[in-house]
Design a protein around this ligand. Structure first.
Ligand code: SF4
Length: 216
């Protein structure tokens, strides 16, 4: 659990991930907080690259909540189809636009509770927006962050939202940058299948490595 880990372990993890990915940052595009929020919604089960290829066409036609509430949903679906789950995503973007206009004068709010009150916005999406748009010290937890933090033994937690809160308490500072580093580390090194343990400099402090390799 978080509380029982030493400062050294935390610093070793932060230093190594910073060394591996010094320039890690969010790769989704969006000129305004609203565009960025839409991009994050589109990125569910889709790559950032594909989202960034899709949004220029979308935002050329619709880039404000006022546009989406008046739009033909079939047209939105057609444009965002390459991002997958386009029925649900189009519906959520339209519902989200209505809610933003009804409750927040069309402005993307900057608190977790307010963001999570919007249709289709869970804790992960809300924290990606809070971190990137509002520069808040939050840790969005996706499948990579969840896997890596459990393997390292930072948390023993399968629920992504609870994991997020525990990681914020554990790392305390710069967690937003650390989120991107965890994602890249999980994507390219600590992969779900066949993690690259032999070349990983965290193996001496990694719970998973010790268990799998049966080392003390
Ligand atoms: S030693 Fe293996 S399981 Fe542990 S953090 Fe490194 S890559 Fe992941």
């Amino acid at each position: 659990m978080c509380d029982t880990l030493g400062v050294d372990k935390k610093q070793i993890i932060v230093d190594y991930l910073t060394q591996l990915f010094p320039d890690a940052r969010c790769e989704l595009n969006g000129e305004t907080p609203f565009e960025f929020l839409v991009s994050v919604i589109l990125s569910a089960q889709c790559t950032d690259k594909r989202v960034n290829m899709t949004t220029p066409t979308l935002f050329a036609k619709y880039n404000k909540p006022q546009d989406f509430v008046k739009a033909d949903i079939l047209d939105i679906e057609n444009i965002i189809r390459p991002c997958g789950f386009y029925h649900n995503k189009a519906r959520n973007i339209v519902l989200l636009s209505h809610a933003l206009l009804d409750k927040f004068d069309g402005v993307v709010p900057n608190t977790l509770d307010e963001l999570m009150s919007l249709p289709g916005v869970g804790m992960k999406t809300a924290k990606v927006v809070l971190g990137f748009v509002f520069n808040q010290n939050v840790m969005a937890v996706d499948t990579h962050v969840l896997r890596v933090s459990n393997r390292l033994g930072i948390v023993d937690e399968k629920n992504a939202d609870k994991c997020s809160i525990k990681l914020e308490k554990y790392f305390k500072t710069d967690v937003q940058k650390l989120h991107h580093r965890f994602v890249l580390f999980g994507r390219y090194y600590c992969k779900a299948i066949s993690p690259k343990c032999e070349m990983c400099q965290l193996k001496s402090i990694c719970k998973y490595y010790k268990e799998v390799k049966n080392v003390s």
